[in-house]
Design a protein around this ligand. Structure first.
Ligand code: SAH
Length: 338
């Protein structure tokens, strides 16, 4: 039976050994219940039934819980069976996509549902996390209270030690873990420590965010390649020359701070100043904003742009807002409202 109940302030007794019961305990606490626990049948006293609204019996394989069943019957206390949480000792690096919960994959949702601890940062689907991972302790590793990022080696050490303690650990990232997400480093750290680790791919902002603005990164007859680069630090002259020479779409992540350098550098490297270029801020999020200009005018047009944002340079940008796109947009909104 799939039952929904408001457990705010209700007294719930969870029985079963601590490892098997850990997820049930967290779920009931998350639902607002006041949770007490009994770890082994020998510690059960009928007096524990006083004031209890619900007993959640975790199937931990111990056959000695029969007196508890009898006591529940006698006291008219509801009893529900809960599956045991299996020992974890596992890390899953999960790509969370560009933000909205419905852009998570089924596999990502399953990993979150099963998680005991989720380490997350700000670019993933942060808002829905308490529902997506109801049994998990949620740890923000994007910022510490002093607003400094937790150093990467500390995140890796946390993943390893938490998994070793027997937990199922999810490291949730924005987009895809392997696109400027340090997924490779975290995978290597787990593997080096002998901790089993798997990776769930995610929808990368490098493709999806231009798409959200109606810009396809490739288009038959217009661009047959796209290069994704990091704008975290200014590009070197040789990188700029190669990029300009490719003649394909250029997608820059983390590129707001260096936008001026990138645009000027590409022009210096021979790209025409009237090449279409765009900045898409907060893709798929409230306040999504697209600024379409040219290589020469984008720095001024997007002077007020802020992170997170994706920069796209190339002929494909001219497809945003074309009649085809306008038709698609109007179809989409008709479907949404009908
Ligand atoms: N692994 C991520 C990228 C991490 S780097 C992925 O595959 O998407 C972080 C950069 O991604 C940001 O600086 C920004 O350039 C881009 N980004 C991520 N989410 C975004 C969003 N919703 N809107 C615009 N840009 C986004």
């Amino acid at each position: 039976m799939d039952l929904t109940a408001d457990l705010t302030g209700a007294s719930v007794l969870v029985t079963g050994n601590a490892v098997a019961a850990r997820r049930a305990v967290r779920r009931y606490r998350a639902a607002g219940a006041v949770v007490s626990t009994i770890e082994c049948p020998a510690h059960f006293r009928t007096s524990a039934m006083d004031e209890v609204l619900l007993v959640a019996a975790v199937d931990d394989g111990d056959p000695g819980w029969e007196p508890l069943r009898t006591a529940c019957r006698l006291h008219g206390v509801f009893m529900v069976s809960e599956p045991a949480a299996l020992p974890g000792r596992h890390v899953t690096l999960v790509g969370g996509g560009p933000g909205p919960v419905d852009l998570l994959t089924e596999r990502a949702k399953e990993a979150l549902r099963e998680a005991d601890v989720v380490y997350y940062d700000r670019l993933g689907p942060v808002e829905g996390l308490t529902q997506l991972a109801p049994g998990a302790l949620l740890v923000d590793v994007g910022k510490t209270p002093g607003h400094h990022k937790i150093p990467q080696h500390e995140i890796e050490a946390m993943l390893v030690s938490t998994a070793r303690s027997g937990a199922r650990v999810v490291r949730l990232k924005g987009g895809d873990p392997y696109v400027f997400g340090r997924g490779g480093e975290e995978l290597a750290a787990c593997a080096a420590a002998g901790v089993p680790v798997s990776v769930v791919p995610g929808i990368s902002s490098s493709i999806a965010v231009p798409g959200a603005a109606g810009i396809p990164v490739t288009h038959r007859g217009i661009s047959r390649m796209f290069t994704v680069v990091s704008g975290h630090a200014p590009l070197s002259d040789s990188e700029l020359e190669h990029l300009a020479g490719l003649g394909g779409t250029i997608v820059v992540l983390m590129g707001v701070g260096t936008l001026r350098d990138t645009a000027a550098g590409l022009e210096r490297a021979g790209m025409r100043a009237d090449m279409p270029a765009a900045v898409i801020e907060r893709g798929f999020r409230p306040g999504q904003r697209t600024t379409i200009a040219t290589l020469g005018t984008l720095p001024a047009a997007a002077a007020l742009a802020s992170n997170p944002a994706v920069l796209v340079i190339g002929e494909v940008v001219s497809l945003a807002g074309t009649p085809e796109q306008a038709l698609l947009d109007s179809l989409a909104s008709t479907l949404e409202t009908s």
